[in-house]
Design a protein around this ligand. Structure first.
Ligand SMILES: Cc1cc2nc3c(=O)[nH]c(=O)nc-3n(C[C@H](O)[C@H](O)[C@H](O)COP(=O)(O)OP(=O)(O)OC[C@H]3O[C@@H](n4cnc5c(N)ncnc54)[C@H](O)[C@@H]3O)c2cc1C
Length: 445
């Protein structure tokens, strides 16, 4: 019973949250248990506490974004990244309010803003705050500021290291609260683990990946401006994955270059020696896929993600809802289920621009031979003879097709953001339990 409880995904997810709260509040607890000598009044102590919590939250962002499989598999990468975004803003607010309170409570501390004459500990605080502020602004408004993804990612990493490093330098410089030897040890531990994680993710892991290369076996055109990129492991066994998961792909360059892109595997989860991706040309990298030559070297970091029916073995059946290229993880789910001869009912609602844009149409139809599969195509622009569904996937369309016993199924949705939002709303209004709805967002950044 105890073992079962420890392995339950909900228990594990709750334990990670408790761990996060403990680590965030640990420096504060130490502060409360061993207050520095000579109390300086509530507001000063409060301001310092905010600074410490903000710094701890900043340092923990390295853990959240380090692609630690055990953490990722408890929540899914998009929930973790949402958490990363929101907690960064909260941490920034704390970091900003920390000096603001100080300036109000002790106006003479405003002199610390006189950068050329201020002591190093104050300069470090100013620089750390500016780095943090720039990081948040360039992330929230990246698209409006027209910063391409790759340079943004590199700058984001540098600013993060600067913000945490300088923030820690400031805390050490102030010294008042870090006077005790082991308090320094505690903080140094948090900072060193964070920095190690960034070195591991950006250098060690990519280096390990170079030892497990893949080669491009073929590139095949599919309907809907999608290209199948098929990879074969070179000198190793590849990996199996739960259908619906994704991996980070680097093509033709070393993974150390940090130019990797996430794609869902579209092949069968059971087939480790040929891994396929269905890639739609939408930008710089994806537009080059059609020209990739067989024999090109590739590297994969994965599998990642929780968008998979394998986590719900006790579900009575599944409703899969795809829009456009969002079919790729769902295709892998259906292909693997067909190979496994899964006897549960599957309903696929698949929205595309037109009949010609249905990717994997023949393959999907062929799955019906081995699966209890119903497919509802939803065409935005239908031809004259079309008698099926048209328009958008909304509440009324869902109500018409999803099973009456809504809670007996698990629902997997992968589409463009507008469609995902409409489907989520529709399912909610149709009283599908939120715990049964799983979403995969392709636009993480
Ligand atoms: C979990 C997941 C699974 C995905 N699966 C598929 C799939 O199966 N098939 C498919 O066609 N697409 C998939 N995508 C989307 C795919 O990663 C992007 O379309 C691709 O990275 C765009 O790169 P680009 O250089 O061609 O386009 P750009 O024009 O450079 O970028 C377009 C947008 O894509 C995002 N993006 C660009 N580069 C990256 C990157 N390295 N990492 C994360 N986001 C980036 C940014 O928001 C950017 O603004 C998936 C995305 C995620 C997060």
């Amino acid at each position: 019973m105890k073992r079962l409880l420890m392995h339950s995904p909900i228990v594990v997810a709750v334990l990670w949250i408790v761990g996060y709260l403990l680590l965030t509040l640990l420096p504060l607890l130490v502060l409360l248990l061993y207050p520095p000598p000579g109390g300086r009044g509530f507001w000063i102590e409060f301001s310092v506490a905010l600074g410490f919590i903000g710094l701890a939250m900043m340092a923990l962002q390295f853990v959240i974004t380090a692609r630690v499989n055990r953490i990722d598999s408890s929540y899914g990468i998009d929930i973790l990244l949402q958490f990363h975004r929101y907690t960064s803003v909260v941490a920034l607010l704390m970091v900003l309010v920390h000096p603001a309170i100080l300036f109000i409570a002790q106006p003479e501390t405003l002199q610390l803003l006189n950068f050329p004459q201020a002591p190093w500990r104050a300069r470090m605080a100013v620089l750390a705050t500016l780095a943090f502020l720039t990081m948040v602004i360039t992330t929230i408004w990246r698209k409006q500021l027209k910063i391409p993804y790759e340079p943004w990612r590199a700058i984001h990493t540098i600013l993060a290291v600067l913000a945490v490093g300088l923030g820690f330098g400031h805390a050490l410089g102030v010294g008042n609260y870090l006077g005790l030897f082991w308090k320094v040890v505690l903080w140094s531990g948090i900072i060193l683990v964070s920095l190690w994680l960034i070195i591991y993710v950006r250098l060690v892991k990519p280096w390990l990946m170079t030892r497990k290369p893949y080669i491009v076996e073929e590139v095949l055109p599919q309907q809907g401006d999608v290209w199948t990129l098929a990879l074969r492991p070179l000198g190793h066994e590849g990996f199996t994955f739960a259908p619906g998961q994704f991996a980070w792909l680097t093509l033709n360059i070393t993974p150390l270059s940090m130019r990797e892109h996430p794609f869902s595997m579209s092949s069968s989860g059971e087939c480790a020696d040929r891994i396929e991706f269905g890639i739609k040309a939408v930008g710089d990298f994806t537009s080059t896929i059609k020209d990739v030559q067989p024999g090109t070297k590739a590297y994969l970091d994965g599998p990642y993600g929780v968008f998979t029916i394998d986590r719900y073995w006790d579900s009575a059946g599944f409703v899969l809802i795809a829009g456009g290229v969002g079919i790729t993880p769902i295709y892998s789910i259906l292909l693997t289920a067909a190979q496994r001869r899964d006897d549960r009912p599957f309903l696929l609602i698949y929205a595309v621009a037109s009949w010609e844009d249905i990717t994997y149409k023949d393959e999907l139809e062929s799955f019906k031979e081995n699966l209890d599969l119903t497919i509802v195509y939803v065409l935005r622009k239908a031809h004259d003879e079309w008698e099926g569904e048209t328009g958008y996937v909304d509440r009324s369309l869902l109500a018409k097709h999803i099973p009456r016993h809504r809670g007996s199924r698990h629902y997997f949705v992968c589409a463009a953001p507008v469609m995902m939002a409409a489907v989520e709303r529709g399912l909610f209004e149709l009283e599908v339990p939120v715990t049964n709805v799983h979403m995969e967002h392709f636009n993480l950044a």
